[in-house]
Design a protein around this ligand. Structure first.
Ligand code: ADP
Ligand code: MG
Length: 607
């Protein structure tokens, strides 16, 4: 059976067993469903997006209180006197989502620019403060809470029984997992996955990382709010306790223990933690002879243990064990499709595509680039060489939007680029690779390369979740496949990128850059780690790209490779241009020979 068939079987079993389960099991499963919904948001946020949040319980609280308030407050009763009571919970849902959206947006705007543990600390801070706000607002019943909340009614039928209500909870959960699964399996999903492994890479593929992080944060908050809304109408009573920081930390446990990068890991984590908590609360006090929240200590120890033994959580371990019963899905083969992707017109042969004038970069006292002039034309390979520390990488950053020059100008296709982010460079048609390969190691070569075509698609999050993007997605994957074949990696389309040798990973990066249909290609040491035959193949590929009219800039160590390939060579030394010319001219230049060719006559000393 395939994954999908197993999933349907599990759902069918749950559905058949539902009427037969004991009331206690139903209650337990209802809570597991509610927790899972929050944990699914956290898997997206933390596991996939790399943003740790301890504060999700507060968003659950917002969703819960919004509906509780609308259903019980005298003020709301007066203002909404004409509205039938059965509609109130639905208005509560709308209000809860709106309030959560606004508050999450504000909190996100403040916390998301923080990095690493500061961000996590920020989430602790608002997780704590929202709890006290719930407790101290008279209108929300203080720490006593709000009772007498009306049940949810659907088509005139009041859902007062937990068994019926559970069907709604699990339907919402399963739909959310389906939507998140679709989202991850799309153009925007690739952008989300790219957030984790470094924003420089994602930005240079044209991804607006700040915007994606904010959307991810809002998504997780809204899922939490929906869970809170369901909780309110299941319990029909709210007080601040279930939304405190401790529960916020438990939600994170669930996501991480289950499997931080896996949607079903969220359900597994929620199940394990809920069952364990249930058990521990029963016999820890007996064991220790006193009562208290000891389970949180056990959770802490457990989390450390699991993170040490299985940093990706339990879900991947489980699926590895199950492997012999799961037939792999047929690899996603992109159907060849005629769906049109955005194509740009390449500049005419010989036109200057990128130019840098008097680019200077100072780091404190050190001048890494000193008034560098440089240009690349359509249809040429221009190589940049120079001894170690000459300033090549610094210059590369200046002309790709990763960093800004202290002074000087950078012009790409006639546009002044200083101060613009690297995604603006990508949007104009710059494709690049990295000196230290930056791929999503666990994802297939196909997915990695398709990320390069990000800007050639238009479909957004909602479209991905509802799968109305399938036509465009097929076109993007077909384009990625075409570039992979062109770069000679056809046999590795479905291979995880990290399992390729380094040299081939470099080629994957080139394919990824090409998927964006660039008019200029910037390559940082593309031949490093390649074997002789691979270098020849790479040189052939670059010559072909040149003849197609691409402008190519190569920073490279390998002199033989550069001398055979480049049309022009610029030599840097101590941040200054000391020579510019054809390979023959540069090789004959006495200053260049002095700079390093004469120092040592091995290849390794160069560049
Ligand atoms: P190359 O790539 O040619 O080896 P780099 O551009 O990496 O040279 O470095 C040029 C000089 O600038 C070196 O002396 C390096 O130490 C210095 N440098 C590079 N980046 C920074 C930085 N972020 N802060 C301070 N100094 C830097
Ligand atoms: Mg360097």
């Amino acid at each position: 059976m395939t994954h999908r068939q197993w999933t349907w079987l599990a759902i069918a079993l749950l559905a058949v067993a539902w009427p037969l389960l004991s009331p206690f099991s139903v209650t337990l499963l209802n809570y597991i469903g509610l927790y899972s919904l929050v944990a699914v948001g956290l898997v997206m946020l933390t596991g996939v997006g790399g943003i740790t949040s301890f504060g999700q319980a507060a968003f659950v609280g917002l969703g819960a209180y919004a509906s509780a308030w609308i259903c019980t407050s005298p003020w709301a009763a007066q203002a909404l006197s004409g509205v039938p009571g059965a509609l109130l919970p639905w208005l509560g849902l709308v209000l809860g989502l709106a309030v959560t959206g606004v508050i999450a947006w504000i909190l996100g705007a403040v916390t998301l620019p923080l990095s690493g543990h500061f961000l996590a600390l920020g989430t602790l801070a608002w997780g704590l403060s929202l709890y006290y706000i719930f407790g101290n607002l008279e209108g929300l019943g203080g720490f006593t809470g709000i009772a007498g909340i009306r049940p949810l009614s659907i088509a005139g039928y009041e859902l007062t029984s937990p068994r019926l209500f559970g069907i709604i909870i699990w339907a919402v959960l399963l739909l959310s997992i389906w939507a998140m699964h679709n989202l991850l399996d799309s153009r925007e999903g690739r952008a989300i996955r790219a957030l984790r492994s470094g924003r420089v890479m994602a930005e240079s593929m044209g991804v607006d990382t700040s915007r994606q992080r904010m959307k991810l944060f809002l998504l997780a908050a809204l899922l939490a709010a929906i869970s809170g809304w369901l909780y309110t109408h299941l319990q029909r009573f709210v007080n601040p306790t279930p939304f405190n920081l401790e529960i916020g930390i438990e939600y994170l446990f669930m996501a991480v223990v289950g499997g931080s990068g896996h949607l079903w890991g969220a359900v597994l984590g929620a199940t394990l933690i809920t069952l364990l908590k249930e058990q521990l609360q029963d016999w820890l006090p007996t064991l220790l002879g006193t009562s208290g929240n000891f389970e949180i200590i056990v959770f802490g120890l457990l989390m450390v243990l699991i993170l040490q033994r299985a940093s990706d959580g339990i879900w991947p371990l489980l699926t590895a064990r199950m492997q012999r019963w799961v037939r792999p899905m047929a690899p996603r083969t992109a159907r060849t499709t005629q769906a049109a992707l955005a194509r740009r017109k390449l500049p005419p042969q010989g036109q200057v595509v990128l130019s840098a004038a008097q680019v200077t970069k100072r780091f404190a006292g050190l001048v890494a680039n000193d008034a560098v002039d440089f240009d690349v034309k359509a249809g040429e390979v221009h190589a940049l060489i120079g001894p170690n520390g000459a300033g090549k990488s610094t210059f590369f950053n200046m002309i790709s939007g990763v960093d800004d020059p202290t002074s000087g100008t950078v012009t790409l296709l006639g546009q002044a680029m200083v101060g613009k982010p690297s995604r603006a460079f990508a949007a104009l048609g710059m494709g690049r690779t990295f000196q230290h390969v930056r791929l999503l190691g666990q994802r297939s070569v196909l997915e990695n390369v398709a990320l390069g075509a990000h800007l050639r698609g238009r479909r957004g999050w909602l479209s991905a979740m509802l799968q109305t993007d399938r036509h465009e997605e097929a076109a993007l994957l077909a384009e990625a496949r075409r570039q992979i074949e062109r770069c000679g990696l056809a046999d590795y389309v479905d291979t995880p990128a990290a399992s390729l040798p380094l040299g081939q990973q470099r080629v994957v990066e080139i394919a990824r850059a090409l998927a964006g249909q660039p008019s200029i290609l910037l390559l940082d040491e593309p031949a490093a780690g390649l074997r002789h035959l691979e270098k020849q193949a790479l040189a052939r590929l670059l010559s072909q790209l040149r003849s197609e009219g691409l402008a190519v800039l190569v920073v490279e160590h390998d002199m033989e490779f550069v001398m055979n390939l480049a049309d022009r060579i610029t030599v840097l030394e101590f941040g200054r241009v000391i020579a510019l010319g054809t390979p023959a001219e540069v090789q004959a230049n006495p200053r260049v020979m002095e700079a390093y060719l004469g120092v040592e006559d091995t290849e390794g000393a160069v560049a």
